[in-house]
Design a protein around this ligand. Structure first.
Ligand code: HEC
Length: 109
């Protein structure tokens, strides 16, 4: 059964690859609380899913933020500390995974 699904998926791949889609995903709001005012600036270069799908320890979040600063994100020391706390609270390694979201694909002409 698994193999059949795999073959089907491989057969469908060229068909899907030739069609362009627009993705309609529900917007996920940022949880309110201290640090929310900083995290809203994190979506200048990429969507919030990239952040909200992660489950990292505070030390890992700190490293991600240092990497983002290297790529151009502007954060003061104070804002960075607030953000590490915010991200650790809402997207920390102890936080359960978010339930999957339903995404609608609209084929483009
Ligand atoms: C401080 C707010 C902020 C947070 C939190 C944040 N980003 Fe990123 N971020 C990137 C790029 C580029 C990538 C990697 C490319 C991709 O996967 O789209 C990335 C990827 C990520 C990832 C994926 C995992 C990883 O480590 O690569 C996370 C998590 C992330 N960013 C978090 C450019 C930015 C820019 C642009 C100046 C800003 C601002 C920015 N990022 C602001 C932020």
């Amino acid at each position: 059964m698994r193999r059949l699904l795999l073959i089907l998926a491989l057969l469908l791949l060229p068909v899907l690859a030739q069609t362009r889609y627009r993705v309609h995903a529900p917007a996920v709001a940022w949880p309110p609380g201290p640090g929310q005012e900083v995290v809203t600036r994190c979506v200048a270069c990429h969507g919030p899913e990239l952040i909200q799908g992660q489950r990292l320890s505070s030390a890992q979040w700190d490293k991600v933020l240092t990497k983002m600063q290297g790529w151009g994100a502007v954060l003061s020391q104070h804002e960075k500390a607030r953000l590490v706390e915010y991200l650790g609270r809402h997207y920390g390694s102890e936080v359960p995974d978010a339930p999957p979201v339903r995404v609608r694909l609209e084929a483009l002409p």
